[in-house]
Design a protein around this ligand. Structure first.
Ligand SMILES: [Zn+2]
Ligand SMILES: [Zn+2]
Length: 241
């Protein structure tokens, strides 16, 4: 897909992949009720907006469309509540699925998800949660990784693993001037310092601020995985690799 996908790696980071998947368990009633009301609100908002436009413009078909869309959301909500499961991250062993924007179910079919705690990529498949591996990469996969609160860089060039000779600053190029004035999103939030590179490599990794969270966009999977591993290791052990 891209010209850098065959970059040779000379470093020492060997990413960990948990050998065993974890099992999904049935979600408690409280979580089901909460998710149901979230979807009920979504049904009311989406359906209501379409119905509202239909009423204003006196278009009967639009009113019926709105009602239909609302009903679809409701059916999806009921289905989710019936099938909702919770999982355990095979990396950090924390619960996943309760407050996430995705719903885990036992009929998931190789669905890509991400642990909210340790940011490792995972696959939910028919009742199991397992590590996302290189063989799960698709041609349109974006290697976008959330920057953890206490994040760190590898002690080597991000691209090839050679000893770093320079440390570059990443800036979020898509940060609009208007956004800078709003809330807590300051200029410093659109910036990450000390990205390690060798003489041959630079600017392979891009910074993106999305919904007040920072993400790194990597050009290839294994580069991202090494970054995730270094941060996973720091998170679990308190030690910099
Ligand atoms: Zn995790
Ligand atoms: Zn390099």
């Amino acid at each position: 897909m891209n010209s850098t996908s065959a970059t040779p790696y000379y470093g020492h980071i060997v990413p960990y992949y948990p050998p065993q998947p974890t099992k999904l368990v049935s979600a408690p009633t409280g979580t089901r009720i909460k998710k149901f009301f979230q979807m009920l609100v979504a049904a009311a908002i989406v359906g209501g907006v379409i119905i509202g436009i239909g009423v204003n413009s006196e278009l009967n078909w639009l009113i019926w469309t709105g009602a239909g869309v609302g009903l679809l959301f409701l059916v999806a909500g009921i289905y989710t509540v019936m099938t909702l499961q919770l999982g355990t991250c095979p990396y950090c062993h924390q619960e996943i699925g309760r407050s996430s924007d995705f719903n885990l179910t036992s009929v998931d079919d190789n669905d890509q998800i991400e642990c909210n705690i340790c940011t490792n990529w995972l696959i939910s498949h028919k009742g199991d949660i397992r590590a996302y591996t290189k063989s799960d990469v698709k041609s349109d996969t974006e290697f976008k990784c959330k920057v953890m609160e206490r994040s760190t860089w590898p002690r080597e060039c991000l691209v090839c693993g050679a000893p770093p000779t320079r440390y570059l600053e990443l800036k979020n190029t898509k940060l609009h001037a208007g956004k800078l004035l709003v809330g807590h999103l300051s200029v410093s939030w659109g910036r990450l310092q000390n990205a390690p590179y060798c003489d041959l490599h630079a600017d392979a990794v891009k910074l993106k601020v999305d919904d007040k969270k920072m993400f790194l966009i990597f050009p290839e999977y294994e580069m991202m995985k090494r970054y995730q591993h270094v941060n996973y290791h720091l998170f679990m052990t308190g030690q910099q690799l």
